[in-house]
Design a protein around this ligand. Structure first.
Ligand code: ZN
Length: 493
């Protein structure tokens, strides 16, 4: 009697699995689930693309160790509409922060099962689940060249960040989202941890037009957080501090070398998401992915609803900006005491794991602009060298190489000393000095970078000698401070 029953039950158990999901998420194929490798992701994507042409798919680039970095377009680019808002979401610049990748694979899988599962009909989506495959494979923050990719978006020495900027240049998304994870150690010593699994924030560089920043904050960030919370997932703005509960707290950096402000400074509604990162890589990896997906879903829904406005606003700002870039550009800013206010938030007490309301007395929501410069018409460098040329082409800055000697009216920065700015919990050495106006003859081969385009503010922040965001504090560009003249000159036509 026992044999037929067992046979029947085995067939009965296997039947729905075989029928329903010939293709499974990489996490579903692992017991216990521990995180998706590069080859598992590639296998999954290849299977899905072979079955459904609702997606299309490319290898956007290769990592330092030659692993594939795929990009998935949804819907298929044949079906993209010009009036749609293009949204680019990229995850796992930091290899030891895997849940954003799992969330994007879950999102792709939901589209595969039902193309209308999420309402994104007003959006063109560009999805890059694993920016840093080399880091992913060994659960390491940096890439295999020991670079923190999320500090590489100015100098763009790494193939992984170059790939992201190529995608941005090609599709000019109006909206971008960079997905990360955060450690839970903030306020741990005081007996509190963040009770929210998801931290979310937007563009903060002081040179980004206020209209874009306000829209990002009020029309996308807050509605996304509200929607996420209404789904039962705890979410909050991204808070960072280097001290105890009385120490000042802010919303991340203003620097343009990360995945958010580097696109934001090019007039983009740009965001960062950070999910909770526990001690062990595989701990509750499903749940972490689902929490991230919940916020991403709320974000897409918000963008989808406002797609027409977003597309029109960003396109207009970029077009106007190309014709009339700002006359003055902020090059130094900090979260100063002037912007201090108390902030009430809910934290979890580690003694009993209960939620408690806490008032943080020194919350600085906005950075204060501390130094502005008048935008020159261009910058010029004699003998730019391979590294600087690669930076200019990697960032797609419009530029010219002089073919013969040419005279320009210039301002050159004479270096008289050094200053150290202790802003945003880092020490940044910038040169001090004064400007000298003169006519200078530059030889053939000199590099001229005009500022009359959509990247004007980015160009000014990178090339100004006294900029907090400038080149000279990168170890690769220390040579800029070698002599008593800063070798990047301002040019006036
Ligand atoms: Zn990160």
């Amino acid at each position: 009697m026992e044999v037929p029953v067992r046979k029947f039950s085995i067939i009965f158990l296997l039947f729905p699995i075989v029928l329903y999901s010939q293709i499974q998420l990489p996490l579903s194929r692992q017991t216990p689930p521990e995180g998706t490798s590069n080859s598992q992701m590639m296998e999954f994507l290849n299977e899905i693309i072979a079955k459904k042409n609702i997606f299309d798919f490319e290898i956007a680039g290769k990592s330092r160790l030659q692993l594939d970095i795929p990009v998935i377009f949804f819907p298929n680019r044949n079906e993209w509409k010009k009036e749609n808002t293009t949204v680019m979401i990229f995850a796992q610049q930091h290899g030891n922060e895997p849940s954003g990748k799992e969330a994007l694979l879950m999102l792709i899988y939901e589209f595969y099962l039902d193309a209308n599962f999420y309402d994104v009909k007003n959006l063109n989506l560009i999805l890059v689940p694993m920016v840093n495959p080399d880091g992913n494979e060994i659960h390491q923050r940096r890439n295999s060249h020991k670079y923190d990719l999320n500090r590489n978006h100015v100098i763009l020495t790494e193939p992984e960040t170059q790939m992201l900027h190529q995608l941005f240049e090609k599709y000019k998304p109006e909206v971008t989202l960079d997905v990360h994870e955060y450690g839970y150690t903030t306020w741990l010593k005081q007996g509190y941890i963040k009770n929210f699994g998801e931290q979310f924030d937007c563009i903060s560089n002081p040179a980004i037009p206020a209209k874009l920043k306000n829209y990002a904050l009020n029309e996308i960030l807050h509605p996304t957080l509200d929607l996420t919370k209404s789904r039962g997932v705890k979410a909050n703005r991204y808070l960072i501090t280097r001290g105890d509960l009385t120490h000042f707290v802010r919303h991340s950096t203003t620097d343009i070398n990360d995945g958010r402000n580097s696109f934001g400074i090019q007039n983009t509604l740009s965001f960062i998401l950070e999910g909770f990162n526990p001690l062990i890589k595989q701990e509750s990896i499903w749940q972490r992915g689902k929490f991230q997906l919940s916020l991403i879903e709320s974000f897409l829904k918000t963008c989808n609803q406002k797609s027409t406005i977003i597309n029109k606003m960003v396109t207009t700002i970029r077009e106007n900006f190309s014709k009339h870039p700002s006359d003055s550009v902020v090059i130094v800013a900090d979260y100063t005491i002037n912007f201090s206010n108390p902030l009430e938030i809910t934290l979890k007490k580690t003694s009993d794991f209960k939620d408690t309301t806490i008032v943080l007395p020194d919350y600085r929501a906005e950075p204060e602009a501390l130094k502005r410069v008048k935008r020159p018409d261009a910058y010029i460098v004699e003998n730019p060298g391979e590294q600087l040329l690669q930076l200019v082409t990697g960032n797609f800055f419009k530029h010219k190489i002089l073919t013969s000697n040419k005279k320009f009216r210039t301002e050159k920065f004479m270096i008289t000393g050094r200053d150290t700015l202790h802003y945003e919990s880092r020490s940044t050495v910038i040169p001090t000095g004064y400007y000298k106006t003169e006519n200078t003859i530059f030889s053939a081969g000199s590099l001229l970078i005009p500022t009359n385009n959509n990247q004007a503010n980015q160009i000014v922040q990178i090339f100004e000698a006294e900029s907090f965001y400038g080149l000279s504090h990168y170890p690769e560009y220390k040579f800029l401070l070698k002599n008593n003249e800063y070798p990047i000159y301002r040019v006036y036509f």
